[in-house]
Design a binder for this molecule. Structure first.
Ligand code: AMP
Ligand code: ZN
Length: 472
């Protein structure tokens, strides 16, 4: 089975199927781990997660997905210096935060999460640099190595660059390295005082950002071409254009068949980005009383190739929409009459078809959600009219499980509902404190612990000398 997927390389929707073994080999440019990711970043990762789930659960492919952590670049180095930390422990913190937020947003774990500074990856980068130098695609200058763009006539194809407008010789970028041509970009940056440096045959220095992705993608997902390379729309140029130049220069083969780009999450007409100071993180959202499941719903509800304007009102509407779905499913749980109705089965089947058709049409999530809500409306009426039986309910639940395999919001909601409002370790520690208070006959302190937990949604029950807890 195939789907239609928009390919930035051809600027058209094309039929997508993997090229090898029924396995989709997909690379996603991951976060730069110098700060906690914001929900703009997560829009991209959630949309790619929906693509991954569609390929797996709706189309039945195996997926091998690699998403890197960019743990060395200008921003991570400056951040670590300002924090007075070594680069590795500095970036560790943001990788941990990313994993925590990704879990909260129901992102499936991908098969590989390489870090740029792992030795195997650095060696792979050095190898590409060596190959590019040998083939004349790279040159050294002041201890750094640059990619020579004039050797790649195809350069600029992805971004549809106008070569006439790109003049050789002019210095357009802010770094102080010497290049033959303004368009040339750095593959390996010569070491500077106070910066981390590695040398696997390239001379002491550190990798350029673009090289990191090419090396990790080719090492873990080769042979090229990969099936899908994905990221946010801002990566088309120069990042992805440069990844293509390096990879194709080194291997002589096309790098990726499909390029998938997710549009911006915006706030008041501007891209949500750390430099503009208009970002929200998952902890920010939780502090405002919203749940990560609502964020996931909101960010996947709009088509990934359209900009999405974030407002607190829209997050509130996402919360409400999600609640309509879960209310319906609770109502369904109470259906216990006998029988199954052919017209209900037909409606469910029509919704499954509409959902699948929408998702296979370049991930039309808005239409897929529309099909779900239309079904919910019809079934709510059927429940009101008592024209629905336990046999129907089983079928309906199976359909919603199928929808949710792809969207991943209802299961996330359920997991949130089951999570105790206070971490279990804390509850257990407080129970111990309360026993200790009672042993020293400080009943006021013991009661305070009980009342405090009750105020936070956890009830303690004493029986036969032991204490159990439950959700309020
Ligand atoms: P970074 O951590 O800056 O490397 O970005 C990680 C990913 O988030 C990249 O794929 C970016 O393109 C993407 N991204 C950054 N800002 C936004 C935004 N406002 N909306 C959607 N994606 C974004
Ligand atoms: Zn990348």
């Amino acid at each position: 089975m195939t789907m239609r997927l928009y390919n930035t390389l051809t600027r058209t929707e094309e039929a997508f199927a993997p090229s090898l073994d029924h396995t989709v080999r997909m690379y996603t440019c991951g976060p730069t781990v110098y700060a906690r990711g914001h929900i703009g970043n997560f829009r991209t990762f959630i949309c790619v997660d929906v693509l991954r789930r569609t390929l797996k659960y709706l189309l039945g492919y195996r997926v091998k997905q690699v998403m890197n952590f960019t743990d060395v670049d200008d921003r991570t180095i400056v951040g670590a210096q300002q924090a007075g930390m070594d680069l590795r422990p500095y970036t560790d913190q943001y990788i941990a935060a990313f994993r925590e937020d990704a879990r909260a947003l129901g992102l499936e774990e991908v098969e590989e999460n390489p870090r740029a500074t792992d030795e195997t990856n650095l060696r792979a980068m050095a190898e590409i640099v060596g190959t590019l130098e040998k083939q004349g695609h790279a040159y050294r200058s002041d201890g750094s190595v640059y990619f020579r763009i004039s050797t790649m006539p195809q350069y600029g194809h992805l971004a549809r660059l106008d070569h006439g407008g790109m003049k050789a010789g002019a210095r357009v970028d802010s770094d102080s390295y010497e290049k033959e041509d303004a368009r040339d970009f750095v593959l390996w940056k010569a070491t500077k005082p106070g910066e981390p440096a590695w040398d696997f045959g390239t001379g002491p220095g550190r990798p350029g950002w673009h090289l990191e992705c090419s090396a990790m993608a080719l090492r873990l997902l080769g042979p090229p071409p990969l099936d899908i390379h994905a990221g946010g729309i801002d990566l088309v140029f120069p990042h992805h254009e440069n990844e293509i130049a390096q990879s194709e220069g080194a291997t002589g083969k096309p790098f990726a068949r499909f390029w998938v780009h997710v549009e911006y999450l915006i706030v008041d007409e501007q891209k949500m980005s750390k430099s503009l100071g208009n970002t929200y993180t998952i902890p920010d959202i939780i502090a405002r009383g919203f749940r990560p499941s609502a964020v996931r719903y909101l960010l996947l509800s709009a088509h990934y190739r359209k900009q999405l304007n974030f407002t607190w009102a829209s997050l509130g509407q996402a919360e409400e929409a999600l609640r309509r779905l879960t209310d319906f499913l609770s109502r369904l749980d109470a259906v216990n009459g006998p029988g199954a109705h052919p017209d209900i089965a037909a409606r469910v089947e029509a919704a499954r078809t509409a959902f699948a058709t929408a998702m296979r049409d370049d991930l039309n999530t808005a239409a897929a959600l529309g099909a779900m809500f239309e079904l919910v409306r019809a079934l709510n009426s059927a429940i009101d009219a008592r024209e629905i039986g336990a046999g129907d309910a089983t079928l309906i639940r199976a359909a919603f499980d199928e929808f949710d395999g792809v969207l991943g919001v209802l299961s996330l909601r359920r997991a949130e509902d089951q999570k105790p409002p206070v971490p279990v370790e804390e509850i257990e520690r407080r129970i111990e404190d309360r026993h200790a208070a009672r042993r020293r006959r400080d009943f006021a302190a013991a009661d305070r612990i009980r009342d405090d937990l009750a105020a936070r949604g956890v009830l303690l029950e004493d029986s036969a000398g032991s204490t159990r807890w439950k959700r309020k």
